[in-house]
Design a protein around this ligand. Structure first.
Ligand SMILES: [Fe+2]
Length: 419
C-alpha cells in the first residue's frame, strides 16, 4: 500500500506542476479574462480543480470539515455556463492559488491515513485517481484556452519527434468478437465499464490519422456539395495554408495529423474521400485487439504504461507529431498513432455500455448520454497519460473544434477482400 500511496502522491504532484505551468505562464489579467465564450477564465479552472479535490478527497473520503463551503456553487460546472463564469464573484488569482494549496495539504494528509480498500470509492485509491484525471482534463482544457488566447506566445516546448517510418494506406481488421471496455483497470471511469463482447464485422481503417496535407487537398479540391471548411486556427496565404499554434503562425506541417476539426468536418472529409468515420467499437478494436491471442490490450503497443517512445501525450510537445513518428506505439496490425497526437472523432453517440452503472456520481457521464454528443478516442498531445487509456472515452458536441480533435477514416471490407 505504501507503493500505491507514493504513486498517488507523485501523480498529484506531477499534475499540479502542470496546472502551475499553465496558470503561471500568463499575468493576472489574462487569468481572469475570458479568452473565448467557449472557455472558462483560467482562474475558474484552477479553483474548480481545487473545489472538486475538496469535495471528493477532503470532505467525502477524508470526512473532514469544508475548507470553503461558501464557494461550492461558483465552481459547480452545472450551475453556471462557461460564458457566464467571468461575471461570478470568483476567487482572484492569489486567493485561488492559496485555496488549491490548502486543499492539497489536506488531501495529502487524508492520503496518509485513509484505508485504500473496502469502500469502492477508496479501493485502489480510485477517488485519488479520479481527481488526478479531473485535474489533467482541466489542464488540457486550459491548454485549449491558451490556444484561443490572443497575444504573444507564452508556452514553449521542443518540437515533436520526426517521422521515422513510412506509414500510409489502410489496414484490414478481421471480423469477429473482441472485448470492449474494461472491468479491471483500477482508475477507469464509469463510462469505460464494464468489459463486454462486441462482434465487429471486418473493416479497413487508416493506418494513420488524416494529415494536414490530406485535409488541405480536401479544401482545395472538394466541390461545394461537400461544404469543405478549414480547421479552426487556419488561414489562407498566397503560398498555402497557415496554422496558428499558441501564438505562432507558420505554414501547416504537411504530414502531421490535422487538428481542430469538428465532427461534421471530419465526416465531410470522409464522404469526399469515399469513406466513412470508424464506429467507436471499430476504433477500439483497431487499438486494443491482439490477433495473436484474441485478447484486448490496455494500449495498442501492449499493457505497458505510455512512455515517450509510444505516443505524443502530456504536453511534452505543443503540436501533433508527423505520421510515422511513433513506430513503437503501433498496434499489432500496424495502425499508428491511435494514442496521443489528436483526439479522433468516431461515428458513435456517447452512451453507456451494456451493464453501465453511474459511479461515483451521475454527472460524471450519465447525464451526457444521448445523441447530442459524439465520442472522441485516443487522447491528444495535450492529454496526460493518466487520463488516456485504450478504453478512455471523451465526448463533445459535433460542432466543437476548439479541442485538439482530428480523425481517421474507415470503410467496410468487401467479401472479395476477405478470401
Ligand atoms: Fe470539472
Amino acid at each position: 500500500m505504501t507503493d500505491l500511496r507514493d504513486r498517488v502522491a507523485r501523480e498529484l504532484e506531477r499534475t499540479r506542476l502542470r496546472s502551475a505551468t499553465l496558470t503561471e505562464a500568463v499575468d493576472d489579467g489574462d487569468l481572469v479574462r475570458q479568452h473565448s465564450p467557449l472557455m472558462s477564465p483560467l482562474v475558474w479552472d484552477l479553483a474548480h480543480i481545487g473545489n472538486q479535490e475538496e469535495l471528493w478527497l477532503v470532505r467525502d473520503v477524508g470526512g473532514r470539515d469544508p475548507v470553503r463551503a461558501d464557494i461550492d456553487h461558483l465552481y459547480d460546472a452545472f450551475k453556471h455556463a462557461r460564458k457566464d463564469r467571468p461575471a461570478l464573484p470568483l476567487l482572484g488569482p492569489a486567493e485561488a492559488r492559496a485555496y488549491v494549496a490548502t486543499v492539497r495539504d489536506k488531501a495529502l494528509d487524508v492520503l496518509t491515513r485513509v484505508r485504500l480498500e473496502g469502500r469502492r470509492l477508496t479501493a485502489d485509491a480510485f477517488a485519488f485517481g479520479m481527481i488526478v484525471q479531473h485535474e489533467q482534463q482541466h489542464d488540457e482544457t486550459m491548454l485549449a484556452t491558451h490556444q484561443l488566447r490572443a497575444g504573444e506566445p507564452v508556452l514553449s516546448a521542443p518540437p515533436p519527434p520526426p517521422s521515422t517510418v513510412d506509414v500510409r494506406g489502410e489496414v484490414l481488421v478481421p471480423g469477429g468478437p473482441f472485448t470492449m471496455g474494461t472491468s479491471t483497470e483500477a482508475w477507469a471511469l464509469d463510462n469505460e465499464r464494464p468489459a463486454h463482447t462486441v462482434d465487429v464485422p471486418a473493416f479497413f481503417i487508416d493506418a494513420a490519422p488524416v494529415t494536414n496535407a490530406q485535409y488541405a487537398a480536401f479544401l482545395d479540391h472538394a466541390g461545394a456539395e461537400f461544404q469543405a471548411t478549414p480547421p479552426l486556427h487556419w488561414s489562407s496565404d498566397p503560398g498555402g495554408w497557415l496554422a496558428t499554434e499558441f501564438g505562432r503562425t507558420a505554414p501547416i506541417v504537411p504530414d502531421a495529423p490535422v487538428v481542430h476539426v469538428s465532427f461534421h468536418q471530419a465526416r465531410a472529409y470522409a464522404a469526399w474521400a469515399g469513406r466513412r468515420l470508424p464506429t467507436e467499437a471499430e476504433w477500439e478494436k483497431a487499438a486494443r485487439w491482439d490477433p495473436a491471442t484474441g485478447r484486448s490490450r490496455r494500449y495498442p503497443w501492449g499493457d505497458e504504461d505510455p512512455g515517450p517512445q509510444h505516443a505524443n501525450l502530456g504536453q511534452r510537445h505543443l503540436a501533433p507529431a508527423p505520421v510515422g513518428a511513433y513506430p513503437a506505439g503501433a498496434s499489432p496490425l500496424g495502425v499508428h498513432q491511435l494514442i496521443g497526437d489528436v483526439w479522433e472523432w468516431v461515428d458513435s453517440d456517447f452512451t453507456g455500455y451494456p451493464g453501465f452503472t453511474a459511479f461515483p456520481y451521475r454527472e460524471y457521464s450519465e447525464v451526457f448520454f444521448g445523441p447530442e454528443y459524439k465520442v472522441l478516442r485516443g487522447g491528444s498531445f495535450g492529454t496526460d497519460a493518466a487520463a488516456c487509456r485504450g478504453t478512455f472515452r471523451n465526448w463533445d458536441y459535433p460542432i466543437r473544434r476548439q479541442i485538439f480533435s482530428g480523425f481517421r477514416t474507415a470503410r467496410d471490407a468487401r467479401p472479395s477482400e476477405l478470401a
